[in-house]
Design a protein around this ligand. Structure first.
Ligand SMILES: [Zn+2]
Length: 401
């Protein structure tokens, strides 16, 4: 009997000391939502609920130590955050550590757990959206200064192809926020390189009298892959260009590549491997897999996909030819694989791997503004060449919807 009591006492004390520790806290403000990530050493038990007058969001963490990492949360809320104005943390009662987020407006919160992946441990993700969702078209157009699209597509007036007045190029800076992408030996993050090049490319495109660049993300935050495609379609983009930097286990691998979507299978094992790795962005960046939409699957059934891929290949060849002028090419031809971000059924889409971040010499180049501008310039020239060779028809000619 005494032994049992002793064992029980030991068991209870072991449970008491088995408190969850917070390893890191991150806050990612973005135009459409703010994400708060609490990374822990084990899966945390938690509850999220909201309070009003004033609007607050409460995150109760059970059996979680109130350590230095969590106490830093209030200092991580920035003045430019559209949704969160401040934060407090404290020991609410024994066994409950409470985080209170003060809100600028009434919000909808989505919360979910991500199991360890990549460099991350267990993550509790709380995404804070406005109660009235931001109109992505208006937000993108306001941010990019582009003209508003027509309310509806008028049917073509004649059978003659009509050149479109303003060509919209969606520029997708790969990765962002929780998802750093590849990381070079000197610590260069792919998400920073891609954003710098994307901004350069937008500036070049906007200088063209008949073109407008729209950034899919214009800061350091996570956008899931299907959302990137959706945004490009909402702004009625004529082209979609996704900017990335490559990585490989061997530091010798180098050179630039340009990819298009493949309908069936990849053109090489390396291309397949790369597509799998790039598609992992959603897992690392963090999506709620319980509610993950099926848009992409539906979209793939679209009959216009083959025509779009043919256009994508033309664009990819034009861009590859220009990039070949500024860097060694990893492969002398365009490759194809199942990249999720290239799956818009009606927008020619390419993915540019600008160079290898895992190659020390190329990492040095990718860090520098000179090479970043050169890449942007080469992509711009490739786009111009594509448009010159393939005068764009009224959108209704290509899209079947
Ligand atoms: Zn990437």
């Amino acid at each position: 009997m005494r032994a049992i009591v002793l064992l029980l006492a030991l068991w209870f004390s072991a449970q008491a000391s088995a408190a969850t520790s917070v390893a890191a806290v991150r806050v990612w403000p973005a135009p459409e939502y703010t994400r708060v990530t609490i990374e822990t050493d084990r899966q945390v038990n938690y509850k999220v609920f909201s309070l009003d007058k004033p609007d607050r969001l409460v995150i109760d963490l059970y059996h979680t130590r109130l350590g230095a990492e969590l106490e830093e949360l209030p200092s991580k809320v920035t003045a430019d955050d559209s949704f969160v104005s401040g934060a407090r943390v404290g020991q609410f009662k024994p066994g409950v550590t409470r985080v209170v987020l003060e809100l600028r407006q009434t919000v909808n919160a989505e919360h979910f757990i991500i199991k360890p992946i990549g460099a991350y441990g267990h993550r509790l993700v709380v995404d804070i959206f406005p109660a009235v969702p931001v109109d992505p078209i208006l937000a993108l157009l306001e941010a990019s200064g582009a003209a508003a699209p027509a309310e509806s597509t008028p049917p073509p007036q004649s059978v003659e192809p009509v050149p479109k007045e303003i060509l919209v190029v969606a520029i997708d800076a790969g990765h962002g926020g929780e998802d750093p992408g590849a990381i070079g030996r000197r610590g260069t993050k792919e998400k920073d390189v891609t954003l710098a090049i994307a901004r350069d490319l937008k500036a070049l495109i906007d200088k063209q009298p008949n073109m407008r660049g729209v950034l899919i993300r214009d800061d350091d935050y996570f956008v899931k892959l299907s959302k990137r495609v959706e945004k490009a379609r909402k702004v009625r983009a004529d082209l979609f260009v996704s900017i990335h930097a490559d990585a490989f286990i061997k530091p010798q691998a180098r050179g630039s590549s340009v990819f298009a979507l493949s309908e069936r299978g990849a053109t090489s094992a390396a291309a397949r491997w790369l597509a799998v790795k790039e598609n992992e962005a959603d897992l690392i960046g963090g999506v709620n897999i319980d509610v993950e939409d099926i848009t992409l699957k539906q979209v793939l059934l679209d009959l216009s996909q083959t025509a779009t891929i043919n256009e994508s290949l033309k664009l990819a060849r034009s861009v590859l030819a220009e990039i070949g002028q500024i860097n060694k090419l990893h492969k002398p031809h365009v490759e194809q694989a199942g990249f999720a971000v290239l799956k818009a059924p009606d927008i020619p889409s390419i993915l540019v791997e600008t160079a290898f971040l895992t190659n020390p010499a190329e990492e040095r180049k990718l860090r520098g503004r000179r090479y970043q501008r050169k890449v942007a310039n080469a992509v711009m020239e490739g786009i111009k060449r594509y448009f010159a060779d393939n005068p764009l028809l009224v959108r209704g000619e290509l899209a079947l919807n």
